[in-house]
Write a protein that binds this ligand. Structure first.
Ligand SMILES: Nc1ncnc2c1ncn2[C@@H]1O[C@H](COP(=O)(O)OP(=O)(O)OP(=O)(O)O)[C@@H](O)[C@H]1O
Ligand SMILES: [Mg+2]
Length: 365
């Protein structure tokens, strides 16, 4: 199957879109001297298009520096995009928020929130939990102080910090990491947002606490109908949290589709390599690892051909003589940016691991 006609293409979520992102770009100038105009640019996000449906969680996965946080920050207007559009449709509110300014930004911010990796860094240590959670209400001038207190108590209950009265006037340093991240979740939900960007919200927590925060966030997504962009470099986390996954490599989305489809039928060499790196308990298990060459690089003035070419074990002439491949449809809501995707479709790291474990299992009886 080939891509649908019409450029730039939008990756279909299958639901009613809350966000439709088209050709979003962020370029950072690299200064070569105090008085010299920048000649080089990091193409941190390089023309990405996708959508997020109402109530959907989309995982954004990729190695360090590929542009995940930059994408998340642009979607909640913590950063202006260099170009592109972000169509946001939420009830009566319908706007391309990429270019809104001034009071319109404030209006938009009522509907979106961001949760950061380190809850401690995103909280003022001198402010109580009540101040921290109710801050968006204060900034947006919503409700009286007693009403805000009521709302904060309700949220503390919702995120499992009970009895809530015991937490209201404590300070961030008096809480554990997991409790602080619960406060960050409560703060993100205080304005009833329809969209939350969660940027590696569990990566600094202990494994046991990580799971409880993930459970909390999925429960809230289901109950409150919030859509998430869930940023992580851990595919297992994305599998747990997200209905669809977008795989990013140096500023480009190279593969996007339903979670199980991406994991069971990865088509891009980079996704296959990520899955090859999944640890296996038994070292004798056979698999053909998809190994990528070299280390993490930066997208500084990138050449026009495939962004992954330098590290790709399957790179061929077609990849060298053509521009970066467009995302093409390869299955149900599954899109891949690789000229050789069909030829290498059979290389499937997770399937190999499962088959090998099956073969190694002693026969019953
Ligand atoms: N304010 C900035 N000025 C210049 N370059 C930046 C800026 N912010 C990010 N970058 C660069 O843009 C690229 C993408 O960064 P980004 O933080 O979005 O990556 P990431 O995928 O979130 O990585 P990580 O997994 O490490 O958090 C990187 O090369 C980074 O160095
Ligand atoms: Mg980041």
């Amino acid at each position: 199957m080939t891509a649908q006609i019409g450029t730039p293409p939008v990756r279909h979520s299958g639901g009613t879109p809350l966000l439709e992102i088209v050709d979003l770009e962020q370029r950072f100038p690299i200064s070569r001297g105090l008085f010299r105009a920048p000649v080089d640019f990091v193409h941190a996000v390089d023309g990405i298009s996708f959508e997020i449906a109402q109530g959907e969680s989309l995982g954004l996965v990729g190695e360090s520096g590929c542009g995940k946080s930059t994408t998340g920050r642009m979607l909640v207007k913590l950063m202006e995009p260099t170009s592109g559009s972000i169509m946001f449709r939420d009830g009566d509110y319908e706007r391309d928020v990429a270019n809104v300014t001034g009071s319109e930004v404030k209006q938009f911010r009522r509907r979106v929130q961001m949760i950061f990796q380190d809850p401690y860094e995103s909280m003022n240590p001198r402010r109580t939990i009540f101040d921290t959670i109710s801050e968006p209400l204060a900034v947006q001038k919503v409700g009286t102080v007693p009403e805000r207190e009521e709302r904060v108590l309700e949220l503390l209950r919702l995120v499992g910090l009970t009895p809530p009265e015991n937490f209201l006037f404590r300070y961030p340093h008096e809480l554990s990491g997991g409790q602080r991240q619960r406060v960050a979740v409560a703060r993100a939900l205080v304005m009833n947002p329809s969209f939350v960007v969660a940027d590696e919200p569990t990566s600094m927590l202990d494994v046991s606490i990580r799971i409880s925060i993930m459970e909390l966030m999925t429960k809230l997504a289901r109950e409150l109908g919030v859509s998430y962009l869930y940023i992580t470099h851990d595919l297992a986390v994305a599998r747990y949290m997200c209905e669809r996954i977008a795989v990013m490599y140096l500023g480009k989305i190279v593969e996007i589709g339903p979670t199980e489809e991406i994991l069971n039928n990865p088509r891009h060499p980079y996704t296959k390599a990520l899955l090859s790196a999944v640890p296996v308990p038994d070292p004798s298990i056979r698999r053909t690892p998809v190994e990528i060459k070299g280390g993490i690089s930066k997208a500084i003035n990138p050449p026009p051909e495939c962004r992954f070419i330098e590290r790709c074990p399957f790179a061929a002439e077609v990849c060298r003589t053509n521009p970066h491949p467009p995302l093409e449809q390869q299955g149900d809501r599954h899109f891949v940016a690789c000229y050789r995707a069909s030829e290498i479709a059979d290389i499937n790291p997770l399937k190999q691991i499962e088959e090998s474990m099956e073969a190694a299992r002693p026969a019953a009886g």
